[in-house]
Design a protein around this ligand. Structure first.
Ligand code: SF4
Length: 390
C-alpha cells in the first residue's frame, strides 16, 4: 500500500484549541453566499471598534462557561468572514495580543486571515506579516469578469490583474486562494486556465470548490424566478475527477475533497473541523465546538453586540459528527484511534463493519490502523458518508 508521507497522516490530538473569529462585513454581498455577511461598500464598518470589544467579551464568557479550555494551547487562529481584510490590521493585532494574554499558545501557531482581492496589496501583506499573521487565503473564485458578474461579486480589475504577482512576492510564505468551478457561462477551459496560472505561480495552498445553490440566497431566488441558471453539475463532476491528477503533477497533496497543499502547507485550522478538534467560534454568525458541545451566535452584528453570550450548548453525537467530517479527508488518517477515542461500543462496531465493506469494494485502503480513500470513492462520497452516519 502506498501511503503518503508520515507527516500527513492525521491523528487524534488532545491538547490544542483553535480560535475562529467572524468579521461579518464585505464590500458587497455576493449572490450565492450563505455566510452571515453584509455589504457596506468601500467604507469601514461603523461598529468596528465595538465589535472588536464584543469579541473580547465573548472570549472571556466562553472561558467562564468552559474553564477547562484554558488547559489547552492555541495552535491555530483564523480570522474569517465576511471579509476580515476590511477591518484594520491594528484591531486584529490587538485581538491577537488579547488572546496571547488570556491563553497559552503553541510554539509555532498558524495565524490565518481571509483576504478579498480588492483589499490585497503588498503593503497589506507586509503589515500582516509584521503583526504575526502567517497564513493568507484570498477568495479569488474566478478571474473571468463575466463569472464574477454572474456570482454578483465586487470586481476591481486592477487588483485582480495584480493578484498573482502580489501573492508570489508575499513576505508571508503560506498563501493560498479559493477558486470555483461550474459557474454558468465559465467554460472548463477557462477554469483550467485560471488554475494553471496559480499552479505555475507555485502557490502552496489551493481550495477548489464547485459552485453550489444554497437556500435563501439571492442566487437561489434568481434560479427559482428563471433569471439565472443552476450550477453546471455535469461539468463539475468532470472537473472534480480530473483535479487530483492535475494537482499531483505539480506536487500538491490532495488532503480534503476540495483542498490541495504542497507538503506541510495544509490548513491546520480547517483540519481541526475535519478531525474533531475543539475550537472557539467568536463573533456574529460564528459556530464553535467545545468539550463535546456545539453552539452558534446570532447572525446579526447589532444583536450579537447587544445580547449576553448565549449559554445554549447542544450536546454532540460523536458518531454522526465524525462521519460528516473525518471522511472528507483524502489524505490518510488513523481511523482506529479516532474510533477508539470518540465512539461507544455500538457505533464502533457499525463503523468497523462499514469500513471493512468499503475496503472489500476497493473504495479505500486500510493498513496498521490507517485509512485512506481510493480516488474511486470521490463521486460516491456523499452516499458513503450517509451510509456510515446512519
Ligand atoms: S465576499 Fe465572501 S463572505 Fe462576503 S458576501 Fe462574498 S462570498 Fe460572502
Amino acid at each position: 500500500m502506498e501511503l503518503l508521507n508520515k507527516e500527513s497522516i492525521w491523528q487524534v490530538r488532545n491538547s490544542y484549541l483553535g480560535v475562529y473569529v467572524h468579521f461579518p462585513y464585505c464590500f458587497k454581498k455576493c449572490d450565492y453566499c450563505d455566510f452571515y455577511s453584509e455589504g457596506i461598500g468601500a467604507a469601514s464598518a461603523n461598529d468596528e471598534k465595538s465589535l472588536f470589544q464584543s469579541y473580547k467579551k465573548e472570549i472571556l464568557d466562553r472561558v467562564n462557561h468552559f474553564p477547562e479550555i484554558k488547559n489547552r494551547s492555541i495552535d491555530t487562529v483564523f480570522f474569517g468572514g465576511g471579509t476580515p481584510s476590511k477591518a484594520s490590521a491594528k484591531h486584529w493585532k490587538e485581538l491577537l495580543d488579547f488572546l496571547r494574554s488570556e491563553f497559552s499558545f503553541s510554539d509555532n501557531p498558524e495565524i490565518s486571515i481571509e483576504v478579498n482581492p480588492e483589499d490585497l496589496s503588498s503593503d497589506l501583506l507586509f503589515e500582516y506579516d509584521s503583526i504575526g499573521i502567517n497564513r493568507v487565503n484570498v477568495g479569488v473564485q474566478t478571474l473571468e469578469k463575466k463569472g464574477l458578474e454572474f456570482l454578483g461579486r465586487h470586481y476591481d480589475a486592477d487588483r485582480y490583474h495584480a493578484l498573482v504577482e502580489v501573492l508570489t512576492k508575499s513576505p508571508i510564505e503560506r498563501v493560498g486562494i479559493d477558486l470555483m468551478y461550474g459557474i454558468p457561462g465559465v467554460s472548463k477551459d477557462s477554469f483550467l486556465s485560471d488554475l494553471s496560472l496559480f499552479l505555475k505561480a507555485g502557490l502552496p495552498h489551493l481550495s477548489l470548490y464547485s459552485l453550489t445553490l444554497e437556500k435563501g440566497t439571492k442566487y437561489s431566488r434568481d434560479v427559482i424566478d428563471h433569471k439565472k441558471t443552476e450550477p453546471e453539475e455535469n461539468l463539475q463532476s468532470e472537473i472534480l475527477i480530473q483535479l487530483p491528477e492535475i494537482l499531483k503533477k505539480y506536487g500538491y497533496n490532495w488532503y480534503e475533497v476540495s483542498n490541495y497543499a504542497k507538503p506541510g502547507f495544509e490548513s491546520l485550522h480547517n483540519l481541526k473541523y475535519w478531525t474533531y478538534e475543539p475550537y472557539l467560534g467568536i463573533g456574529p454568525g460564528a459556530h464553535g465546538m467545545i468539550a463535546g458541545h456545539r453552539y452558534g451566535n446570532p447572525r446579526n452584528s447589532g444583536l450579537y453586540q447587544k445580547k449576553e453570550t448565549s449559554t445554549k450548548y447542544e450536546t454532540i453525537d460523536p458518531s454522526t459528527e465524525l462521519s460528516l467530517t473525518l471522511f472528507r479527508l483524502f489524505s490518510p488518517f488513523r481511523y482506529l484511534d479516532f474510533i477508539e477515542t470518540y465512539l461507544d461500543t455500538k457505533s464502533k462496531s457499525k463503523y468497523l463493519k462499514t469500513i471493512e465493506g468499503w475496503e472489500k469494494k476497493g473504495l479505500c485502503r486500510l493498513e496498521d490502523g490507517v485509512f485512506q480513500w481510493n480516488p474511486s470513492a470521490l463521486l460516491l462520497l456523499d452516499d458513503l458518508i450517509l451510509e456510515i452516519s446512519l
